[in-house]
Design a protein around this ligand. Structure first.
Ligand code: ATP
Ligand code: MG
Length: 430
């Protein structure tokens, strides 16, 4: 016997129907993706598809060497030409790389893009935390106005609404900029240094490399220390404060609810001013309760060798969205309209052709290609939950007429074989 080979740990198979185990069925994924594409197009965002692999330096320079993502979680390898490549851990840096590479700024001064695709991080797994996961992200490049930040948040809010996900709250913060953050930084370091012994090992290290990230640590001891830490919002300079006030005013004007949370710092180096997270209250996600987050990154483009343009974006965890939707109990798979069964051997070709024709005309049709007895075909019809069954035999072929049997209650509807589509479409549900 040959040895069985399993999929890679932390990377999930997404399967249709109820086969997918802990993951949401693929129909739920398709529903979220469809809803996203349709909604984001209404906001004027165009889709981009960048490669899953990039030059390692792209992430080192944008996400930041000291971040968990680059420091610990990246899948990095050398290709046969000796280049250091990495599976993308996030979508903003690749989008910005593409923007710069294609000189998009020259053609489109206000660029709004979205993407949907797999990301890779070597993380400790649990529910809602995987090594291959999917993000829906959007980036708006070219506007420094608060309206742009708010447009993006509104887009997420409308997506959550369209998906019927209610218990998700928007947490809002500002990280200031080069003018005001250094003073905050210094006060924070003083405070954390005084509490150094109470911090986890990671945070003692973060205190040296990037102290703001301590605010984001999930360790309970660190969270206790952080409770009384200096508040970034009290350090904002005038322009940053004005921007933040304008973001809040515009959210209010749209009726978007939010809570101001000065602990939202995000795990990446490139953020300035606005940052936000969407946090779910639902227990299904356990500690993986952040369904997404984003913020402004006004310095990233220049830092990657591009034009000096402001930008803002977000990333949503598609795995987590689908888990929430699965929990909500909504159903997204549609049953077949008709099951075509073969009554006798001589009718196989005609039934097969009828199934093909009905599909061409727009019906969802099931046909058992294995053949077999009428009884076994009817069992199959039940299993597929087809709404109607039509048995095709010599009599039906000769008369051009048959019976559509409604599976829910067994009632029969006489039908001309040439009018099945109309009859199925107009027949009342049982
Ligand atoms: P977390 O705090 O949960 O680790 P993060 O801050 O690392 O999240 P981001 O880099 O902001 O996550 O990515 C945006 C979103 O992508 C997250 O809010 C989450 O929904 C999703 N996400 C991130 N990492 C994973 C993962 N390993 N598995 C599944 N989803 C993920
Ligand atoms: Mg993380």
């Amino acid at each position: 016997m040959s040895q069985k080979i399993n999929g890679v740990k932390g990377m999930n198979d997404l399967l249709p129907g109820e086969l997918g185990g802990d993951m949401a069925p693929v129909e739920v994924w398709q529903h979220v993706e469809r809803t996203t594409r349709e909604l984001f197009a209404r906001f004027g965002y165009g889709e981009i598809r960048t490669p899953m692999v990039e030059d390692t330096a792209l992430f080192v320079r944008s996400v930041g060497e000291e971040t968990d993502i680059v420091g610990k979680e990246m899948y990095t390898f050398e290709d046969k030409g000796g280049r250091s490549l990495s599976l993308r851990p996030e979508g903003t840096a690749p989008a910005v790389r593409a923007f710069i590479e294609h000189s998009v700024a020259n053609q489109e001064p206000l660029t709004r893009w979205y993407y949907i695709g797999p990301m890779f991080r070597y993380e400790r797994m649990k529910t809602g935390r995987y090594r291959q996961f999917f993000q829906i992200g959007a980036e708006a490049i070219g506007s420094r106005e608060a309206a742009q930040d708010v447009e993006l948040m509104d887009m997420v809010v409308q997506l959550l609404e369209a998906l019927g996900l209610k218990e998700v709250s928007l947490n809002l913060n500002s990280l200031g900029d080069d003018a005001c953050r250094p003073a905050y930084h210094q006060k924070l370091v003083e405070y954390l240094t005084a509490h150094r012994e109470e911090l986890c090992g990671d945070c003692q290290r973060r205190l040296e490399t990037n102290p703001m990230r301590v605010l984001d640590c999930k360790n309970e001891k660190c969270q206790a220390v952080v409770q009384a830490a200096p508040n970034i919002l009290q350090f904002l300079c005038e322009p940053c404060k004005a921007h933040f006030d304008e973001v809040k005013r515009k959210l209010d004007a749209l009726g978007v609810k939010y809570v101001v949370n000065p602990k939202i710092v995000r795990g990446l180096d490139y953020y300035t001013r606005t940052t936000f997270e969407f946090i779910a209250a639902h227990p299904a996600l356990g500690t993986a309760s952040t369904v997404g987050g984003g913020g402004r990154y006004d310095k990233l483009l220049k830092g990657l060798g591009g034009p000096d343009l402001p930008a803002v974006g977000f990333g949503l965890g598609l795995d987590r969205l689908t888990l929430l939707l699965k929990e909500s109990g909504q159903k997204f798979s549609t049953p077949p309209d008709v099951f075509i069964a073969v009554a006798d051997e001589g009718s196989g070709d005609a039934a097969f052709a009828l199934a093909s024709k009905l599909r061409r005309e727009g019906l969802k049709v099931e046909f058992d290609t294995r053949g077999g007895s009428l009884k076994s075909q009817m069992k199959r019809a039940d299993k597929t939950k087809a709404r109607y069954t039509l048995v095709l035999g010599q009599a039906e072929r000769e008369s051009g007429k048959g019976q559509l049997k409604r599976m829910a209650d067994g009632q029969q509807f006489p039908v001309a074989l040439s009018e099945i589509v109309q009859t199925v479409r107009s027949a009342p549900p049982a």
